[in-house]
Design a protein around this ligand. Structure first.
Ligand SMILES: Nc1nc2c(c(=O)[nH]1)N(C=O)[C@@H](CNc1ccc(C(=O)N[C@@H](CCC(=O)O)C(=O)O)cc1)CN2
Ligand SMILES: Nc1nc2c(ncn2[C@@H]2O[C@H](COP(=O)(O)OP(=O)(O)OP(=O)(O)O)[C@@H](O)[C@H]2O)c(=O)[nH]1
Ligand SMILES: [Mg+2]
Length: 458
């Protein structure tokens, strides 16, 4: 593959200690060498070495920056091409002027995602792995990062490949039966086709089942903090966020609009929504706030119902607890630093005990117990396990659904005694749909669309 040579700033633009210009392509070393003054000509530098020197404009000998230059010769590099990385001083001036000089030497600016796209086109990684690189960059919590990293190492691809192999063998067998009926290959029975497809379908469904948890890991659990005015909802948000994001006062009805904050609880990303305390009110603004609280409550993946340990249960709270039956909810009994007046027995009748957490948002006591409860609710053991694959990419999920449908069709067709060459079409479709996940035979426009989601320099 003869590609041109590309360059981009690989680090975030802003004030930092170091910034990196990354160059990849057949002319990377040859084009950068004349710009780099050091003890050793860059062309002589062994691969995977870091070299000290200066970037100089060869036109007038002006020194742009003191740098470290790394050489990684293909195919042992991120893109599988020759890669040169220039580490300049941080900030934007040094790195921009070095990049400009690099571009003036006849190297082209990279498109977003083009480095990773090349790694894919050169066969170093497959499409699912390349997409995982986007997820890596965007992950907002440790767990999401671990998930993306596992996928970037090919965890999903390793599940898809044997599945496709199984289908391919079946297809080959079917094809021999169709094309060479005179050959003495054992006739593929409808029952045998249905059986193999059944096994494949089971595997596809298992992958789809992981999608819900994968989505949570990637996008965060939408968590509504609800309860009566003054229960301590805003205080809880602040305690979880380690910040005074929401206004806290002893006046009931303080929070009017929804306050949003992303936090990571035991590695689980939560999108916290602090809401207005739910009660009957004649205040117009507060009433709109209460309606919004109800909206958040209805749409949340997780509900934290904050109850006040210091006060008896209120009728509104009884109704709320009834509403939460069957939904992923945790009762947070707040203000345990104050004497108790809450009727716990009644709470326990509505909410299972393992979903009741006692804490003091004000003192920051018991937050760890809430972490454990959330973690238990969403990851019923398993997320730590190493061989688990979580499908979390919308494109992969939709392709798995399509493949499941094709396999179901193939099974139904073989059970209905439909001619084998028609079943072959469903099988081929399933095989292609699974192939699309890992980028086997996907069109240029799809690739463009996927890689354009990347940031520049990746
Ligand atoms: N300076 C720098 N840091 C970086 C990257 C980079 O490109 N540059 N990465 C970019 O995302 C990540 C590391 N990812 C990488 C993945 C593969 C290879 C690579 O050279 N792979 C070779 C094996 C090399 C060897 O075994 O010695 C290969 O697979 O052939 C390099 C970086 C994070 N840190
Ligand atoms: N002693 C004690 N006071 C608390 C605790 N949590 C909150 N408070 C106090 O309770 C009052 C109300 O707290 P907020 O967090 O504003 O309550 P809220 O549920 O957001 O109230 P609204 O926004 O009005 O619905 C404030 O005076 C807090 O300082 C706690 O754990 N212990
Ligand atoms: Mg509040």
């Amino acid at each position: 593959m003869t590609e041109d040579t590309i360059a981009a700033v690989a680090t975030a633009l802003g004030e930092g200690s170091i910034a990196v210009v990354r160059v990849s392509g057949p002319e990377a070393v040859e084009k950068i060498a004349p710009l780099f003054r050091s003890r050793l000509d860059l062309r002589e530098a062994p691969t995977h070495t870091v070299n000290y020197g200066w970037i100089e404009d060869p036109a007038d000998g002006a020194v742009l920056d003191e740098v470290l230059v790394t050489v990684m010769r293909g195919p042992r590099s991120f893109t599988a091409e020759d890669v040169v990385e220039i580490s300049t001083h941080g900030g934007i001036v040094a790195v921009q002027s070095v990049l400009e000089l690099v571009l003036r030497s006849g190297i082209r600016i990279a498109e977003p995602g083009e480095f990773t796209k090349r790694a894919f086109l050169n066969g170093r990684i497959d499409l699912a792995q390349a997409e995982a690189v986007i997820d890596l960059i965007r992950s907002k919590s440790n767990r999401a990062f671990q998930l993306a990293r596992r996928q970037s190492e090919g965890a999903l691809s390793k599940r898809i490949a044997p599945l496709r192999q199984k289908l391919l063998e079946l297809l080959a067998h079917v094809e021999v039966n169709i094309d060479y009926p005179e050959h003495d290959v054992a006739e593929m029975t409808a029952a045998a086709i249905a059986e193999t497809c059944g096994i494949a379908l089971q595997e596809v469904r298992m992958l789809l089942k992981t999608a819900a948890e994968g989505k949570i890991l990637r996008e965060g659990i939408v968590t509504a903090i609800v309860g009566r005015p003054n229960a301590g909802k805003s205080s809880l948000l602040n305690a979880l966020a380690h910040d005074n994001k929401a206004i806290v006062t002893d006046i009931p009805g303080t929070t009017r609009d929804i306050v949003e904050e992303s936090v990571s609880l035991a590695g689980v990303p939560l999108r916290l929504l602090d809401t207005a305390g739910i009660r009957e009110t004649s205040d117009v603004v507060e009433r709109i706030g209460v309606e919004r609280s109800r909206g958040a409550l209805n749409e949340a993946d997780l509900i934290l119902l904050v109850l006040n340990h210091h006060e008896p249960l209120h009728e509104d709270e009884r109704l709320l607890m009834k509403e939460l039956a069957g939904r992923p909810a945790i009762a947070v009994v707040n203000k345990i630093d104050l004497p108790g007046a809450l009727d716990l027995e009644e709470v326990k009748r509505e909410i299972p005990e393992e979903r009741i957490v006692f804490l003091s948002a004000k003192e920051g006591e018991g937050i760890d117990r809430l972490e454990q409860a959330v973690s238990k609710l969403f990851f019923s053991g398993g997320v730590e396990s190493d061989d688990l694959t979580y499908v979390s990419n919308a494109r992969h999920i939709s392709l798995l659904h399509l493949a499941a449908k094709s396999l179901e069709d193939a099974i139904a067709a073989s059970e209905a005694g439909i001619p084998i060459d028609l079943i072959q079409i469903d099988l081929t479709t399933a095989w292609e749909q699974l192939g699309e996940i890992i980028g086997d035979a996907v069109g240029e426009s799809l690739l463009d669309q996927i890689f354009s989601q990347f940031c520049l320099g990746k």
